[in-house]
Every structure is written in C-alpha cells, then in structure tokens.
Design a protein around this ligand. Structure first.
Ligand code: GDP
Length: 201
C-alpha cells in the first residue's frame, strides 16, 4: 500500500544552491551504501519508480528531494562508504552532507538506515555526531530484519538502544516483509509535523 500516495520526485542537488526553497518540513534518510535505504524509501513512497530515481547512475552522489504534498518532503542523502569512489568525491559528499544537515532550516528529522545484521556501527555513529548538535530527532532503522531470527533481532535492537541511549529512537524494519512499515511511517509523519507549533531555527 502506498504510504504517501501524493509523492513525486522534486529535484536532485549536487551543490547547496540547488536545494529547493527551504520552507516547510522535510525528513532526511541517510545510510551507508547497500544498507537498504532505497528499499526503505521505496516501501514508504509506495512507488518503485520514484525511489529508484536515486539509484540511477549519476544520482547516487546527489541529494534527492521528493515532494509529499504541499511543503513536505522526504530527502534521500547520498549513501556513504563507497569504497570505489575517488577520495575527492567522497570528500565532496561529506561536505555536501554536512552543509545540508547544518544549514537546512526545514530539516525536522533524520532517519539513519543501517543493516540489522551489522547493527549500529562506527559510520552511523559519525553521522549521529554530525547531527548531534542539532535539535532534531534521530531515528535508527535496523533494516533487513527478515535476515535475522527472532532472538537475534531482539538482541540487535537492544544493543542499538543501549549504544544510542537517549540520542535516537530505534526500530527493526524489513522492506521484504513490510514489518515495521507502520512504525517508520508514523515516525516520519510526527517529524514532518513537529514544525507546526515551532518557531524556525
Ligand atoms: P541502498 O544502497 O542503501 O539504497 O540499498 P538498497 O535498498 O539498494 O538495498 C541493497 C540490497 O539489500 C539490495 O539487494 C536489496 O534487495 C537488499 N535489501 C534491502 N532491504 C532489504 C530487506 O529489508 N530485506 C532483505 N532481505 N533484503 C533487503
């Protein structure tokens, strides 16, 4: 079922001046490449062709913006940790990501997508530290939960919670079975609407 039936691709950005107008509210998804970020976005957007946009050659290094309706957006941040990418390009991503996260007034929440089999890892912590200075909620999505048995899943979730303490909320998710889809949808909606009673930063 489409979770956001009005969703449409908005634009891609390689430089901050290409970001869409900084009004309204948006929730950004970040994760190491291959973590399952596109599959999660796909499940949320409910339209395979949309989230696949971010996967087309040339777009994986960009920040991709999707409109959910009037002034609401989901943002697909570039996957980090591509071993094969030249160093200069990795540096550009890092800078673009930092600029985006630190300067974006409409950013209302960050979803860190990570493979549940690895759990919350060093590269995820670096990202958390990057946004840790901002007053936006962070939610960790432990994806590919279908690859774990029940006991393993419970342990992974418990371990991630212990590591994160109060800095982020955590959930298990599977794009294959749809487990956790309602929870991530609810979380994203809460983040998007937290602006309504709040002054801009
Ligand atoms: P991205 O690079 O983070 O956007 O990762 P993708 O969404 O492209 O997923 C990477 C690989 O993991 C693909 O082969 C997906 O089919 C697979 N994958 C993604 N999510 C899941 C999941 O929930 N369960 C399983 N079993 N595989 C998944």
């Amino acid at each position: 079922m489409a979770q956001f039936p009005q969703a449409s691709f908005l634009t891609s950005a390689w430089q901050p001046h290409q970001f869409p107008a900084d009004h309204g509210a948006e929730v950004a998804f970040a994760g190491r490449s291959n973590a399952g970020k596109s599959s999660a976005l796909n499940a949320l957007l409910g339209r395979k062709d949309l989230a696949r946009t971010s996967k087309t050659p040339g777009r994986t290094q960009l920040i991709n913006f999707f409109a959910l309706g009037e002034q609401l957006r989901l943002v697909d941040l570039p996957g980090y940790g591509y071993a094969k990418v030249p160093r200069a390009m990795q540096q550009h991503w890092g800078e673009l990501l930092t600029r985006y996260v630190r300067s974006r007034v409409s950013l209302q929440g960050l979803i860190i997508v990570t493979d549940a089999r690895r759990g919350f890892a060093d590269h995820d912590r670096q990202l958390l530290d990057l946004v840790g200075v901002l007053p936006v909620p962070v939610h960790v999505l432990l994806t590919k939960a279908d690859k774990l048995n029940r006991n393993e899943a419970v342990l992974v979730e418990r371990d991630a919670r212990a590591q994160l303490e109060q800095r982020a909320s955590v959930q298990l998710f599977s794009a294959v079975t749809g487990d956790g889809l309602d929870e991530i949808r609810r979380t994203v909606l809460e983040m998007l609407h937290r602006t309504e009673k709040k002054e801009p930063r």
